[in-house]
Design a protein around this ligand. Structure first.
Ligand SMILES: [Zn+2]
Length: 105
């Protein structure tokens, strides 16, 4: 029983630590899109991830890993930007805008 309590205490002291080591991800301003009032970051091949907040320090703009929208523990929510109507759609979903000429992706 004593061992279990020790383990629980150990875990509870670890929890605040994980908040402190939250990863900073620096963002190139060319890879940032705030046009729809949301923070989208380009990760290549017209795939974008969204974050809840952007901050800056001496090194530039960054977001925190924990602020990036995720489907689940395994991955980020990725969207693509329609080059015609500039709307965002989940990756592998074609543009849903009826007035858009896009056949992308
Ligand atoms: Zn479109």
């Amino acid at each position: 029983m004593k061992k279990i309590i020790c383990a629980l205490l150990f875990l509870s002291t670890l929890a605040p630590l994980s908040a402190i080591v939250d990863e900073k991800m620096y963002i190139d301003t060319n890879e940032l899109d705030m046009s729809k009032g949301r923070f989208k970051i380009h990760v290549g091949h017209n795939h974008w991830i969204e974050t809840k907040s952007i901050m800056h320090d001496q090194s530039g703009l960054y977001t925190l890993e924990s602020n990036i929208l995720k489907w689940d523990e395994s991955g980020y929510v990725k969207e693509w930007k329609c080059p015609y109507c500039y709307n965002w759609w989940p990756v592998k979903t074609p543009c849903q805008n009826k007035d858009c000429p896009s056949t992308y992706p």
